[in-house]
Ligand binder design. Structure first.
Ligand code: MN
Length: 331
């Protein structure tokens, strides 16, 4: 559920979990793990591009809860009129305050911690052992199994995990579940580079920030990676993209970050300066020189030595960079 973007409920009709386009439910969390732990919730999932949300909206049949994000991309901005609620753990974007909506915005390791907390408050009988397992799996995955190195776990994460254990999840299987979920998330063999870029993407002031389940250093070795980046930039109509890579292996975590532009080196340069200059938090970036066959024109890669800084904290830096660029243009 970490990857679910929108929770849609068509009032009086069916509720659906809407996931980003181009990734089937089995693309988000792969087949066997899904079948093994999660039974079949495929019927509840809809890909964003397989549903005519505009039509539902016009018919007055659309209510949306934004989960795990609160900023809509330009192509989805029309949906804001249908948003009734936000459940998110990203820092507040000042341009997206959502006045008059129900907003649950709290810093926790996993957004599913907030989902679990809300469901327990409003409708605890919904939490069957299967639902408990779904929420638990996401909490485990997002906190890297409560890893101290990742430093993402809050008291509420622990409390909600314990609640799910009290509702039928076997805590003994925690490590094994984490390994299986991690392996499923990192098994990107069934995804193309383009699908990888859209699979888990956030937006900061119009700048797309895809998060990869592998390091960018590995991504650039995929055939068609350069092509995918170009297509992605054209599709999102963006001057610059910030790509964040992650690899988790047991207790070890690696992160890297790349800035890509098609034809705006000055924009990419500004974003890089902001990322390098940030002190709260400091990313501790170290430039990586890619081997010639994997060099992509317009892409600059950095190892992020401060692995505790996640995308949640990088988004506001990118936002400041984008906003400062806009101001310079206006002068
Ligand atoms: Mn999240």
């Amino acid at each position: 559920m970490a990857d679910l973007h929108l929770l849609c409920h068509d009032p009086g009709h069916h509720a659906a979990l809407i996931i980003p386009h181009q990734t089937s439910p089995h693309g988000v969390i792969k087949g066997e793990v899904f079948a093994h732990h999660y039974c079949n919730i495929g019927d509840l999932c809809r890909a964003l591009d397989s549903i005519n949300l505009k039509q539902l909206q016009v018919a007055g049949k659309l209510e949306l809860t934004l989960v795990d994000h609160h900023v809509l991309s330009p192509e989805n901005e029309f949906l804001s009129a249908s948003v009734v609620e936000i459940v998110d753990h990203h820092p507040q974007d000042p341009s997206w305050l959502w006045p008059q909506k129900k907003v649950v915005l709290t810093t926790v390791g996993s957004c599913c911690t907030l989902v679990a907390n809300e469901v327990i408050k409003r409708c605890p009988q919904l939490i069957s052992p299967q639902v408990a397992m779904l929420l638990y799996g996401a909490i485990i995955l997002d906190t890297a199994c409560f890893s101290q190195a990742a430093d993402r776990t809050t008291d509420l994460d622990l409390r909600m995990a314990a609640e799910m254990e009290a509702r039928g999840v076997d805590s003994e299987g925690r490590e094994k579940l984490f390994e299986e979920l991690l392996a499923a998330r990192c098994d990107v063999s069934h995804l193309t580079p383009s699908q990888l870029l859209v699979k888990d993407m956030k937006i900061a002031s119009g700048v797309p920030v895809p998060g990869l389940p592998i390091l960018v250093e590995e991504f650039v070795t995929c055939p068609n990676a350069a092509e995918a980046l170009k297509e992605f930039s054209a599709e999102k109509e963006t001057d610059v993209t910030v790509i964040m890579g992650l690899r988790i292996d047991g207790d070890l975590i690696w992160r890297d970050i790349a800035v890509f532009h098609l034809s705006k080196p000055e924009v990419a340069h500004e974003v890089i300066e902001w990322l390098k200059r940030s002190t709260d938090p400091a990313l501790e970036l170290e430039a990586v020189e890619l081997a010639p066959p994997h060099q992509i024109p317009g892409l600059q890669l950095f190892r992020q030595l401060n692995i505790k800084v996640s995308r949640k904290q990088v988004l506001p830096i990118v936002r400041c960079a984008a906003e400062s660029l806009v101001k310079q243009c206006q002068h």
